[in-house]
Design a protein around this ligand. Structure first.
Ligand code: NAG
Ligand code: NAG
Ligand code: NAG
Length: 434
């Protein structure tokens, strides 16, 4: 890959989807109770009754910075430690563990925007659920019992090695309460990254389905529902959120795949080109902000290329092999300035997912969510051949294809939802609903 990052993933089992019955059976979420909370600041030691009241309808929203091209990733600022210090973190819904490049001391760290994190001395012990969750099997070994070593590897051969510690995260809840929440994170003192995946960040924000992910830890403390979402703007920036902040009736919903507990995946989906079914069915798709671009498996990619070639015949654009921005670029008579200059030559793509009930949940990918304009003024295809990076049968929906949509991953109802939205409007006020 030339640019962008590919999130962490493992080989998936066969797909079988759950139903939406739980969804229909439950009442609509409540949003108002927590707003009655009037204190503006408090510590995390709270009585159960406070927690119950607090949890219903509470949420946290972070603005994000970055874009698909040319930056190649999105980051948020988190305040961690005692005293809290700011860190820029790459957001990754394709992996679980949050970690910071760390002065333990550091044997291999990249240049970071902020001074390296100095770890707290509150180590996560070896026999702890958090430690178990960062290991593939239950019978893992630790060199010393009071310490949990971890190693995470990402699909683009980026890796981080370190120890798990607990430390304080400062979180502003949308009801005006600021909490210092103690949660686990990785102190990464040995990172390996290929040149192509170097990002100027202090660490990674893991938002996957596993126990160690920030959203799982937050919800296990009863602070928010186990729901994470994002809205990435095509103009750059946007926001991520934890908890209940959306109007569920506005979204299309599909069940999460029940055999893959690590990733936000769904299916079986059928691919639709320009409004027509392609016959490519039984597709499994993973939603992953850790990847800038979208990847199709070999067969599906082949079909896409054939369809595009046919569609573009006779149109005033030509393949531009000299542009190496991405594997497939086209040039026009004059350089393009925006995807809107070429949108008329391209048609939308869609994944037709199982919905709740009989209707399908259509995940539309309009041309602006699969094309970029390179710095040479050519238009390039932001859907890549997953087989070239060893993804086998998986299809991966990266940042580019989730632009200008609110995406919601509800781990309690096991549902993935989306709706077209203006992601430039970062919700700020109390009583928000996205
Ligand atoms: C990361 O986010 C911060 C603000 O949160 C921003 O100042 C910085 O430019 C971002 N980094 C990149 C590479 O976009
Ligand atoms: C949280 O709220 C405080 C006080 O209102 C503010 O100073 C701070 O910038 C906020 N932090 C974030 C990450 O929004
Ligand atoms: C996709 O990648 C695989 C593995 O490298 C290759 O065999 C196949 O020809 C590629 N497909 C296309 C359409 O380029």
């Amino acid at each position: 890959m030339k640019s962008g990052k590919l999130g962490f993933f493992v080989v998936l089992l066969l797909l079988s989807s759950s139903t939406c019955l739980a969804w229909f059976g439950s009442s609509k979420h409540k949003t108002s109770t927590a707003n009655e909370q009037s204190s503006s600041s408090s510590s995390s030691s709270s009585s159960p009754s406070f927690l119950n009241r607090f949890r219903s309808g509470s949420s946290v929203v972070f603005p994000v910075h970055g874009n698909v091209y040319p930056v190649g990733f999105y980051n948020v600022t988190l305040n961690i430690g005692n005293p809290p210090r700011p860190y820029f973190l790459d957001i990754d819904t394709g992996s679980d563990l949050t970690w910071l490049q760390c002065d333990a001391p550091c044997s291999r760290c990249s240049q970071t925007p902020h001074p390296l994190y100095r770890p707290s001395n509150d180590l996560v012990p070896c026999r702890h659920p958090l430690c178990a969750s960062v290991h593939q099997t239950d019978n893992y070994d630790c060199e010393v019992q009071h310490q949990c070593d971890y190693e995470v590897e990402y699909a683009d051969f980026y890796s981080s090695l370190g120890v798990l510690v607990n430390d304080v995260y400062v979180l502003n809840f949308t009801n005006g309460v600021q909490l210092k929440v103690r949660m686990g994170l990785g102190c990464g003192y040995d990172q390996i990254f290929p040149e192509s995946s170097y990002h100027p960040v202090d660490g990674m924000l893991g938002l996957g389905r596993g126990k160690s992910s920030l959203i799982s830890q937050l919800s296990s403390q009863g602070l928010v529902r186990n729901v994470v979402g994002h809205c990435l703007s095509a103009q750059g920036g946007g926001y991520i959120f934890f908890g209940d902040v959306y109007d569920s009736s506005r979204l299309a919903w599909t069940p999460m795949s029940s055999n893959d507990h690590k990733h936000y995946s769904a299916g079986p989906a059928e691919l639709v080109f320009g409004g027509k079914k392609t016959g490519f069915g039984n597709l499994l798709a993973v939603f992953d902000t850790g990847s800038s671009y979208t990847y199709f498996n070999s067969n599906t990619y082949q079909a896409l290329i054939s369809w595009l070639t046919k569609e573009l015949a006779g149109k005033p654009i030509q393949e531009a092999p000299e542009d190496q921005t991405l594997p497939l670029c086209w040039s026009g008579k004059r350089p393009f300035r925006s995807v809107y200059d070429v949108k008329k030559y391209f048609k939308p793509i869609a994944f037709s997912f199982p919905g709740c009930g009989r209707t399908k949940a259509q995940f539309e990918i309009p041309p602006e969510a699969y094309l970029i304009i390179s710095n040479m003024g050519n238009v390039c295809l932001g859907i890549l051949n997953g087989s070239e990076v060893g993804m086998e049968d998986l299809n991966l929906i990266g940042d580019i294809s989730m632009l200008d949509k609110v995406m919601v991953f509800d781990n309690e109802k096991q549902l993935i939802g989306w709706a077209p939205t203006d992601c430039n409007r970062v919700p700020k006020s109390r009583d928000i609903s996205i």
